[in-house]
Design a protein around this ligand. Structure first.
Ligand SMILES: [Ca+2]
Length: 215
């Protein structure tokens, strides 16, 4: 019995050492840098609020993986006629509010981020506008899907649903958190089926998580 306990103790010491080594040697996350020129390029000609900076990590230390230099946004469509105000790349440009947002050309719609590599993801954050101004274009029914391998078809078996929302009496206007059990994935998609006061707007699609252990 003592021998077994001794082995368990040794394994615990080794495991603790491995964790400490991995933490001390973790590479820094390579985030995009939002410049004054990026902020100045936002289209505020509609009189809406100025763009606001999106955080790089949350209060728990999870990273905003959408702002990694490897992350790339994609979407089902884009509303025409607003080449600066509404763009697909505005989904992860690091700026909140209408002047730095995405709106699809039609509903239903989807917006997604390819993180560039696999990460452990456990929270998605989005809203219509961070500082309420127009109070329109808010999602009322949507799903959050994750995948390790890509398909443009949300019904493809590579996509796994990790969160669903359906409440027409409580539209997602403000920046809102959606949590789910940690998932190892590269692609994160928000598929929006319904919205109120116009086709949905997402001013920033934030994805929070971290690297897989020892990678
Ligand atoms: Ca944005």
């Amino acid at each position: 019995m003592k021998a077994v306990l001794r082995v368990i103790l040794v394994l615990l010491v080794i495991w603790t050492g491995v964790i400490a080594w991995a933490s001390a040697n973790e590479k820094p996350y390579d985030f995009i840098k939002v410049s004054p020129a990026d902020i100045a390029n936002c289209d505020e000609s509609d009189g809406g609020p100025k763009p606001e900076l999106v955080p790089l990590k949350d209060s728990e230390g999870l990273m905003n993986l959408s702002l990694l230099t490897t992350a790339k946004a994609n979407a089902s469509s884009l509303i025409p006629g607003y080449p600066r105000r509404h763009r697909i790349q505005n989904l992860n440009d690091g700026l909140y509010n209408n002047g730095a947002s995405w709106i699809p050309a039609e509903m239903p719609a989807w917006a997604e981020i390819d993180l560039g590599n696999e990460y452990i993801v456990q929270k998605v954050v989005f809203g219509s506008e961070h500082s309420a101004f127009w109070t329109d274009r808010a999602a009322t029914k949507f799903r959050i899907l994750v995948a390790k391998h890509y398909s443009p078809d949300s019904k493809a078996p590579c996509w796994k649903e990790v969160y669903s929302y359906d409440n027409k009496s409580s539209a997602i206007s403000n920046t809102t958190e959606f949590r789910f059990p940690p998932q190892r994935c590269r692609y994160v998609r928000v598929e929006i089926e319904k919205s109120v006061a116009g086709d949905v707007r997402i001013d920033e699609l934030e994805i929070y998580g971290k690297r897989p252990f020892l990678f």
